[in-house]
Design a binder for this molecule. Sequence first.
Ligand code: ATP
Length: 599
Amino acid sequence: MNMFLGACGEGSETLLHGEFGAHPPKGTRYALSLTRTELHIQRLVPKPDTDHRTVLQLIDVVGCHTMRSHTIANQSAFFSVYAYPLKKRKVAVSSGRVRQRTARTFQVDSADCYEDNLKVAERWAAAIKCLVLGIPISSETEISRSLLPRPRRLLLLLNPFGGKGNALQWCQNHILPMITEADIGFNLIQTERQNHARELVQNINLAEWDGIVSISGDGLLYEVINGLMERPDWEEAIKMPLGILPCGSGNAVAAAINFRAGFEQTLGQELLTNCTLLLCHGAVTPLDLVSVTTASGSRSFSFLSVAWGFISDVDIESEKFRHIGPARFTLGTMVRLASLNTYRGRLSYLPALEGTAHRPILRSITMAANGSLPFQHGPLHRTVSDLGLCKERHALCFQEVEPADEPTPSPSSPPSSSSFHSSSFSFENLSEELVADRREAGLPMSAPGVSLSPRQVHGPPDEFLAPLDQPVPKSWVTVEEDFVSVLAIYQSHLGADLFMAPFACFNDGLIHLFYIKAGISRAALIRLFLATEKGTHFDIECPHFIHIPVRAFRIEPLTRKGILTIDGERVEYGPIQGQIHHSVANLITGVNQVKITAF
Ligand SMILES: Nc1ncnc2c1ncn2[C@@H]1O[C@H](COP(=O)(O)OP(=O)(O)OP(=O)(O)O)[C@@H](O)[C@H]1O
């Protein structure tokens, strides 16, 4: 349960109460009450605030330090609470609220000697830090520093060229001050080239770190995850808590973390402040990964998406607008809409919902076998009830699925001897064509996930997948279509303002497969894409837009040219397939998420 949002009743119990002076002094005195979710600050002197008190929400607090006065004669001890509450914007033209730093310092002066005052200050600091970190305490708890774990040590990896190129400046001005207030130790390394982060994490001593944090876009996290999966001790390595602080142009995972914490959708520095705040809180949620295999045999681990058609075209073609930051995707969408392509291909999938196999699915909010609508998309409430709903949905989603059965040709999947042939395109001599295509596209020959001589990636076996050169297992469904786009996504967001799968959870064990069929009008497509900003695209009646929750998928392009991406990074064009691996990694999400274990 989200400790902060879900603490009704329990949260109002007073854990500590005290009267303190202020700093700077000015004769002011306050009464402080600490509950599990809030710090209440009421002025007593000079003028009692009887009808007004300041309330600091502990979700907005990053840390608390104790201090001593410079003047030896002063026997007081002090504690400072560092918080980033939401405040109304000062600039009249902007709407909404932004987080602003506030440091409240209180003087403990009831005892005659410093040591006794320090004990009180330390008790308050320890209680506040316990609550920030989610360590349970009650009014019965003997509160002291010994309740706290040793300070965390994080490895921060920063791509200085991510997004608009201001990651280092944002790190110095925003991230480092906040994590210092949270008593987090760190080592900051700037990446020097592509794959640098991937190589670094292959060789680190895991025992030295409590987490690895990517400061960039989603691409750097992709490197970190795959670097960990390339280690011989991958099973232990991939359990390392992973954080992401959004300083790139594609900040989907950061947006998903922000959403799941119950915060308003936001961009830029505000998203960064929210995510840094959550990083300071430190709670970790299991994260599903999808193993993705491409035609050349390369296998990599994806945490976000596999895309083909319109979405990947926009992602890659908008690289040239990188200097405008995340707005590049909107501009890229408009450019792509002007010359809309369709792509013929076969899409196969292993449905996650009982009763969806072997029957055509129109709008994917697929009826369950009992006729209920497990994925009905009403307005979302970003509260604990929403998280609870997610758990409930999970229960509805899962069925026992057997591992990949003997592949048997079905009418929709080609016989094995010709599985890489189609009327329009042959995948014979694939590697030669890939080399030629990559050369033509100006791609390096060994970009991440694109390697023609695959890296040694470990990881759990793909029990749902048949080899790519064989037909899909018989329990799968196959559709052959002209597609505008195909997207397999496992996070709620595809970008900071692309709220693609509002119901997706970090560890729901699901791949959300979306596709848009040819025949959709430009106007309908624009409507859909505009609605993704708010996640309301499911409210639009559109027979060309389909969503199916699945456990595994295969995309077989039958159109010669096109762009495929894994987590926003371009990979070789050709057949590609993936399957979910439930909860194999850990993501620092800051608030306790529903832990789904029923997979
Ligand atoms: N120092 C570096 N120089 C060049 N490339 C780097 C460096 N560090 C990381 N990279 C690569 O840059 C790519 C983009 O990084 P990332 O996704 O984190 O930022 P981004 O701005 O969101 O980029 P994009 O929108 O292209 O995904 C990644 O593939 C990563 O491997």
